[in-house]
Design a protein around this ligand. Structure first.
Ligand SMILES: C[S@@+](CC[C@H](N)C(=O)[O-])C[C@H]1O[C@@H](n2cnc3c(N)ncnc32)[C@H](O)[C@@H]1O
Length: 236
């Protein structure tokens, strides 16, 4: 019988953090997001571990979204160890304009306290703690808190639990966290658990807040050979 891929939670996250912080070239890695992410990728490859991070290749279409929208506020559902937060927040920093300078932020929502603490340490090591705000708690609770603070999300990256994609997009709309022109990017939409979400955003019907969805699917193959896809949806 084929063994199932283990993606997380076997101590690899803490081992990875230790590796990065105690790296012989730690002083050269510190404050260099791209080098830190490359080191994470190298470490995972060396230890033959599939990590549930967005990784370098799948990041590219999301980087393109950031470049074309220059978001003031980007949020993600599912932060894990902070890989995507470091990748996308550093891109936001590079694309910061005079209008977004000082106010751009990346909100990372993560339910697991231990993963969030690894993420916080890596974000600080990458020099992005002023931009990245990690919210520990379930996505439903954190979205409600963001709504109470009057947050408006320009780019929403959904990458937590496919069973919750529909519910959480609906919540973000209900709480008026999204606006006309917001872009929603969902990863891992290739499997059956994301079917309802795919149906919802690829129909030309409006969402709960009256926006219409314009979606495009970008297929990819996972390191273990499974087919999957990213779905990019513009609210129009
Ligand atoms: C695929 S990983 C995220 C990977 C990350 N975006 C990256 O690319 O580096 C999914 C994460 O979502 C978190 N998660 C699952 N359900 C959640 C929920 N309801 N609210 C917040 N986070 C959740 C998990 O603990 C896990 O760390």
């Amino acid at each position: 019988m084929a063994s199932e891929t283990i993606w997380h939670g076997d101590g690899r996250e803490q081992a990875l953090l230790k590796h990065i912080l105690n790296h012989p070239n730690a002083s050269e890695l510190r404050g260099r997001p791209d080098s830190i992410l490359s080191e994470i990728d190298r470490w995972a490859l060396k230890h033959n571990l599939c990590m549930m991070t967005i990784g370098p290749d799948r990041s590219q279409p999301i980087i393109d979204v950031i470049r074309s929208t220059t978001p003031k506020t980007m949020a993600e559902l599912g932060g894990y160890i902070g890989y995507s937060a470091i990748k996308f927040a550093s891109e936001i920093r590079k694309t910061t304009t005079t209008t977004t300078a000082g106010i751009a932020r990346y909100l990372s929502l993560e339910s697991d306290v231990q993963y969030a603490s690894v993420a916080q340490a890596l974000v600080e090591f990458a020099g992005l703690a002023d931009l990245v705000h990690i919210h520990v708690g379930s996505s439903a609770e954190s979205l409600a808190k963001l709504a109470a603070e009057g947050v408006e999300i320009d780019v929403l990256f959904i990458d937590h639990n496919e069973d919750l994609y529909v519910r959480d997009l609906r919540l973000a709309e209900k709480y008026a966290l999204l606006h006309l022109g917001s872009v929603v990017v969902a990863d891992n939409v290739g499997g059956p658990r994301a079917r309802d979400y795919v149906q919802m955003v690829t129909k030309n019907e409006g969402g709960a807040a009256g926006f219409k969805y314009r979606s495009r699917t970008l297929p990819y193959v996972l390191p273990d050979g499974q087919q999957d896809a990213v779905l990019i949806t513009n609210l129009v």
